[in-house]
Design a protein around this ligand. Structure first.
Ligand SMILES: Cc1cc2nc3c(=O)[nH]c(=O)nc-3n(C[C@H](O)[C@H](O)[C@H](O)COP(=O)(O)O)c2cc1C
Length: 382
């Protein structure tokens, strides 16, 4: 299979699997424990059906949305994900450029492999920075200050990663950052010489948001689970989150809210958005899916704060279903990461293009000229 033959997320996944050494592929593809939540995140969308309207005059449609003050040309954006230069040597540079081309938001992770300064200078479209609150408050504050200077628009404080999830595929493959050759993985690296050449011959791996403060992750190999469990501040509470919001002073959201009570507290501390998310099933397996939680959260806080449905999105219809329940936008990781691994910037462009095409076609088939026309009236649960 080649890039131009990739019609859907699963096609990109197939290509990514072929291009990447096993430990890297499974880091993207895997999730926690039995991966039940990971599967459920997408299956939840199949539990309800769209009810279209016809004869609605849909020659031109408008899929723009505004979320946390950011105008997005399409209602799906790229969630922040770690370690992107391991998936393709262009990493965040490729995703940022592709997102810019489609007028949508790009999230840079605290564990990103390109600096916030470079991304800030590279694109003019909305930028989100994802913050992990570290035990080292100097590091946490430094990241906030750098993102302010680099003109990031939105800060997303991730709150579902207070300790590392049990990602058993990573335990099995011995995946670490930076990658380490283990007896189990050496064959896999040898069998993917293009990836291995690019990794060794191009710009050395680094985590520019962290490297002046910690060796772990850049110079000292560590599993991502151990990084979370040892480096992040497990005492983080609502007061800390509010202090981050005040220090940031711009659009601010909590990423990983799943309960109505927490959504209400997010409003109380002055957040302007929440990402309803279980981290793509990579943290608490058995957690409910964002789509299943969406209606009650929208009902409680949807008039006060922008609600984003994160994770499990594999089709344009999934986006339309989430928006019908009241989400302002959707976001996801793997849908563009497989494509990044498959073909760099061209891959992410194709993935976003496919999904934009699906959303456009599905809106027309739904008889819906703008996203505001979607409502619970056009959705039925079985
Ligand atoms: C490989 C990978 C790395 C991720 N890294 C981060 C991260 O550094 N910070 C974060 O808040 N979420 C991270 N996430 C979670 C994503 O932001 C997003 O919540 C998740 O991918 C949504 O599920 P989906 O992949 O089914 O779309 C990561 C996800 C993946 C797949």
């Amino acid at each position: 299979m080649r890039l131009r033959q990739c019609s859907n997320v699963n096609d990109f996944r197939t290509l990514a699997r072929r291009r990447l050494p096993g430990p890297i592929f499974h880091y993207i593809d895997g999730a926690a424990d039995d991966e039940a939540t990971y599967r459920r995140n997408t299956e939840a969308y199949e539990r309800c059906d769209l009810v279209p309207s016809v004869l609605a005059g849909v020659e031109t449609i408008d899929m723009a949305t505004t979320v946390m003050g950011q105008r997005l040309a399409m209602p799906l954006f790229c969630s922040p994900t770690a370690l992107q230069r391991l998936f393709h040597h262009d990493g965040e540079r490729a995703v940022a450029k592709a997102a810019e081309k489609f007028g949508t938001m790009f999230g840079v992770s605290s564990l990103g492999t390109v600096s916030v300064e470079e991304i800030g200078a590279a694109i003019t479209t909305p930028k989100m920075f994802q913050l992990y609150v570290h035990k080292d408050r100097g590091l946490t504050n430094n990241m906030i200050e750098r993102c302010l200077a680099a003109n990031f628009d939105v800060l997303a404080l991730t709150v579902d990663t207070i300790t590392g999830g049990n990602r058993e595929r990573d335990l099995r493959t011995g995946f670490t950052s930076p990658p380490r050759l283990t007896p189990a993985s050496v064959l896999s690296f040898a069998l993917h010489p293009t990836w291995t050449f690019n990794y060794l011959a191009r710009e050395p791996f680094s985590l520019p948001q962290l490297k002046d403060y910690v060796k772990q992750g850049t110079n000292v190999a560590i599993s991502v689970g151990d990084y979370f469990s040892t480096m992040l501040d497990q005492s983080m509470n609502w007061r800390d989150a509010e202090q981050v919001r005040v220090k940031w002073g711009r659009q601010f959201c909590l990423k990983g809210v799943m309960s109505v009570a927490d959504a209400r507290r997010a409003v109380d501390i002055g957040a302007t958005g929440i990402m309803v998310s279980n981290h793509g099933g990579r943290q608490l397996d058995g957690s409910r899916s964002p789509f299943d939680q969406l209606a009650e959260i929208v009902d409680a806080v949807g008039d006060k704060i922008d609600v984003i449905c994160d994770g499990g999105i594999r089709r344009g219809t999934h986006v339309l279903k989430a928006l019908s329940l009241g989400a302002k936008a959707c976001s996801g990781g793997r849908f563009y990461l497989y494509a990044l691994a498959a073909a760099g910037e061209a891959g992410v462009e194709k993935a976003l293009g496919n999904l934009r095409g699906e959303i456009e076609r599905d809106m027309k088939l739904m008889g819906c000229r703008s996203l505001g026309a979607l409502s619970r009236e056009n959705l039925r649960f079985r």
